[in-house]
Design a protein around this ligand. Structure first.
Ligand code: SER
Length: 884
């Protein structure tokens, strides 16, 4: 069967090189993690950059890949060509074979020749190659291996035949292979001066990597000569399907066909459909990696790509958002090879739709302004930069879109004036900000943000990346460098470290480089979206412009993720159990615990807490995928997403959904949907378990729960288990019997206390009878007694018994317990006319350092703090009896 379709070619290429000892490595991401100097991955070798330079070693020396690439923005930018040639794309797949110091020119050329002519069956007569003008070796090899004549081996200069990834990085002379589509197509062979036509299409580039280009112009040799090749998959599909036009190949025909369904033919330029088909691919793949349209950095390039496509949709006559409706067709075509498209389908479509709606709202107004402003301009004139800036700032027209719209009329744009207007607006923003009363500490960050722009956060997708240092801050001031042993803040162009916000603590980890070893102690998000990494530099020094490797503490981040997702689960569970009035009032998501404050005006009972815990754990057991997508804030809230009251959100928000309804609740619906910028588990099962360990009040109407998950929960239970074992051991019973044992001990103690009280009373009564302890005072019987340890409540009955025993007289007893002295005085009825128990007890109370005392003439009671004065109190009463 002839190999012709995109997927067959991909497969053939990979299996051919696997047969030659190459390891099949998956495509790296489009947003480069190991190269902060690149806008997007623009070639297959990007993920191997550090392998070529020797910084990194892998278990293989030969690799083969199908790499997704975007060439828009930065070096190798093809954006403006797309739609107007048959071979330029912003997104494409590059097939490549690599040798890391293993084989070199001869084998690379032999492999290429054999695969092209034998496996793909390309006729030799249609192939022409170019080599770097000084590379006699390569020219000789092509003659020898392929038998190509001198006329088919073209020698060219460094501009086309010395390949380098970017301004820095691995590079070397290269040799390109061209396919001749035949004379019916316009264009000439490489180097002929007519090579911008589509007739001779470059299909494969073999780079003989030899050098590493350093910043500042110096070039060093790589540890070993290596090979990096790149074949444009779409162009090869064109060759095998007999067309020089990649948009005529199977994959594009299908997507362009879909645009015809959505936007019927109006006779408008076909180029617009091609722009849409190509831009849809770069847009979808970039969003699938977590990139979002914005006004800065990579996000801005994405926005430009998106808006360029949207503009072309309107040129075709579309008045409504249509691009987002093409997403399913793309996922059908490419989802099998790139599952990230399937996973991200909802997020991609939603993000495109929001951008389309927003753009369409301002497009016609912007176009009419453009029309007004340029009505009087003739061909060859220039549009003022200030007008282009207004279109950018107010109507969201990227500069190249304005340029595009005017190009056909031969009008150019004053780009310098545009830049000046932009700079003036920034300065104005700064002045306004300076007056807003922020602290001095923030001022430094604002200045940093001015210079660097916001940091690009890669941490939703990865915990490891390289970044380029853009600014350093020490002691509240920007500095040029940090020296060994110093502590300070590092700002980079991109980072996987989460900066503290939304209750989630900042990441910690490591920052390394050649001779550099630093600990990232914390990360915070400062003014202007700048991520400040607080570092302690153990080895080496850091300076602006340095590239460093960044690695988040994975274990700690995993724990934070589990706790953050658990917070969402508890929030919804609390609403289900306590009611809809429950709203988040604050939270803390740390690696070792989570805290969630919410509105509720009474304590949450143990049963309610148990119910909350049970629901949250049911959703954990579902192990359902946690999904994030970008939505317009109003749509998100309409869809039922929980937002923080009073919180300011941008127009677009990140929405995190997880779980499905649990039995009895929200059956068949999403369990939780919240606006959130934090990092989360991929599936709820990763949380393992959540347990609530505390419930308290923090303010009127606000309760706080604290909870643990995963390892934290396990450690908590292990500790409890240990405690139980110690209790059982102390009780000398098994843990199962511990409670019964404790209850028995309590019961036993109560019995003993009763017996003890009885014994004391007996002792107080002088051993049970007779005249023991009875004194004759002033002609009456007086029975005084101090009962140590007797509970105060026993005192009255003791006095009553004393009265019975003496028949006629006065009884005065002091009970000492709990650090207090209580005194009771009893007078037998026959003597109440003579002695008043209330008067007598007051004398005793005064001696005990207390106040008052009261009762009836025959029995009165009171107390005081001076327990040592018990005998003195009884003596004072005795003196009173003598006196009467
Ligand atoms: N790096 C080279 C290119 O992109 C070959 O893979 O053309």
């Amino acid at each position: 069967m002839a190999v012709t379709s995109v997927s067959q070619i991909r497969e053939k290429y990979v299996s051919f090189f696997e047969g030659e000892g190459h390891t099949h490595v998956a495509s790296g991401p489009l947003v480069p993690r190991s190269d902060p100097t690149l806008m997007f991955t623009n070639a297959g070798m990007v993920q191997f950059k550090n392998v070529f330079t020797g910084l990194e070693t892998r278990p293989y020396k030969r690799a083969v890949t199908a790499q997704k690439c975007v060439r828009a923005g930065g070096k190798h930018n093809d954006l403006d060509n797309v739609g107007f040639t048959g071979r330029h794309l912003t997104f494409f797949e590059m097939l490549g074979n690599f040798s890391f110091g293993d084989y070199y020119k001869a084998e690379a050329i032999e492999f290429a020749w054999r695969l092209m002519t034998r496996e793909f069956g390309l006729p030799k007569g249609r192939l022409t190659v170019s080599v770097f003008e000084e590379d006699d070796e390569a020219a000789g090899l092509w003659a020898k291996i392929a038998g190509l004549g001198e006329d088919r081996i073209v020698r060219l200069g460094a501009k086309s035949n010395f390949w380098q990834m970017a301004d820095t990085g691995p590079c070397g002379p290269n040799s390109e292979i061209f396919f001749d589509h035949g004379e019916q197509v316009a264009g000439g062979p490489p180097g002929s001066g007519e090579d911008d036509g589509d007739r001779f299409v470059e299909i494969w580039n073999l780079v003989f990597m030899q050098y590493d280009q350093l910043p500042g112009g110096e070039r060093t040799r790589l540890p070993k000569p290596s090979v990096d090749t790149g074949m444009g998959l779409e162009r090869m599909a064109g060759v095998l399907q007999g067309t020089p036009d990649v948009f005529e190949t199977d994959l594009f025909r299908s997507i362009i066909g879909e645009t015809r369904q959505l936007i019927p033919d109006t006779g408008a330029a076909e180029a617009s459909r091609r722009v849409i088909a190509d831009h849809l691919r770069s847009t979808a793949f970039l969003i699938a990696e977590g990139l979002l349209p914005s006004n800065e950095g990579r996000g801005y390039v994405l926005r430009r790509i998106m808006r360029r496509a949207m503009r072309h949709a309107t040129l075709l006559g579309a008045a409504e958002p249509v691009m987002f409706r093409l997403v399913p067709a793309l996922v059908r075509e490419m989802g099998q090879t790139y599952p990230e498209l399937v996973r991200g389908e909802a997020m991609i479509a939603e993000t495109i739709r929001i951008e389309e709606e927003r753009f369409l709202k301002t497009l016609s107004r912007g176009l009419s302004i453009l029309e007004e402003e340029t009505r009087s301009l003739k061909q060859g004139a220039t549009l003022a930069g200030a007008v282009a800036f207004k279109l950018y700032d107010t109507y969201g027209f990227p500069l190249d879109l304005t340029e595009d719209a005017l190009r056909l009329r031969g009008i150019s744009v004053d780009t310098r004036g545009f830049d000046a207007a932009m700079a003036a607006q920034r300065a104005e923003a700064r002045r306004n900000w300076a007056g807003s009363g922020e602290t001095a500490a923030d001022a430094v960050w604002f200045a940093v943000a001015e210079g660097t722009g916001p940091t690009e956060f890669l941490g939703y997708e990865t915990e490891r990346a390289e970044g380029e240092i853009r600014a350093l801050v020490r002691d509240g001031r920007q500095v040029e460098a940090l020296a060994e042993g110093e502590e300070g803040f590092v700002v980079l162009n991109q980072t996987p470290f989460y900066g503290e916000s939304g209750g989630q603590v900042g990441d910690t980890g490591r920052m390394t480089g050649e001779g550099i070893e630093a600990t990232v102690l914390d990360t915070s998000k400062e003014a202007g979206g700048v991520f400040a990494h607080r570092v302690k530099l153990a080895k080496g020094s850091l300076a602006s412009g340095d590239a460093v490797a960044l690695e988040v503490d994975h274990e700690r981040r995993a724990a934070i993720r589990a706790n953050h997702s658990a917070t969402h689960l508890l929030h919804e569970a609390l609403r289900q159990v306590l009611g809809e009035h429950v709203a988040q009032k604050g939270s803390l998501v740390a690696p070792d615990r989570l805290r969630f404050d919410f509105s509720h005006n009474k304590p949450v009972s143990a049963q309610e807490l148990d119910a909350v815990e049970r629901i949250a754990n049911q959703v954990i057991a579902q192990d359902s995928a946690v999904e994030t997508r970008l939505m317009a804030v109003d749509d998100a809230i309409k869809a039922g997403a929980m937002a923080l009251f009073g919180e300011k959100y941008g127009d677009e928000v990140r929405v995190v959904t997880m779980g499905a309804g649990t039995p009895g609740n929200k059956v068949g619906k999403t369990y939780s949907m919240e606006l959130c910028g934090g990092t989360h588990v991929r599936a709820t099962g990763e949380i393992g378990l959540v347990t609530i360990v505390g419930e308290t009040s923090v303010a009127a109407g606000v309760r706080r729960i604290e909870a643990l998950t995963a390892e934290g929960a396990r450690a908590h239970f292990a500790e409890r288990e240990l405690l139980l074992k110690r209790i059982a051991a102390a009780l000398k019973v098994s843990p199962q019997d511990a409670v019964a044992r404790i209850e028995a001990l309590i019961e036993e103690r109560r019995g003993l206390e009763r017996q003890l009280a009885e014994a004391r009373r007996q002792a107080a009564m002088g051993g049970g009878g007779g005249d023991a302890g009875v004194e004759a005072v002033g002609g009456v019987k007086y029975l005084p007694y101090v009962a140590e340890g007797l509970p105060a409540k026993e005192l009255r009955s003791l006095v009553d018994e004393g009265k019975k025993r003496i028949g006629s007289g006065v009884v005065a007893n002091v009970a000492i317990s709990d650090g207090k002295a209580t005194i009771a005085v009893g007078v037998t009825d026959d003597l109440t006319a003579k002695f008043n128990a209330v008067d007598l007890v007051r004398i005793g109370v005064a001696a005990l350092g207390g106040q008052g005392g009261g009762g009836r003439p025959d029995l009165a009671q009171g107390g005081g703090p001076n327990i040592e004065a018990a005998s003195a109190a009884l003596a004072a009463i005795r003196r009173e009896l003598e006196a009467i």
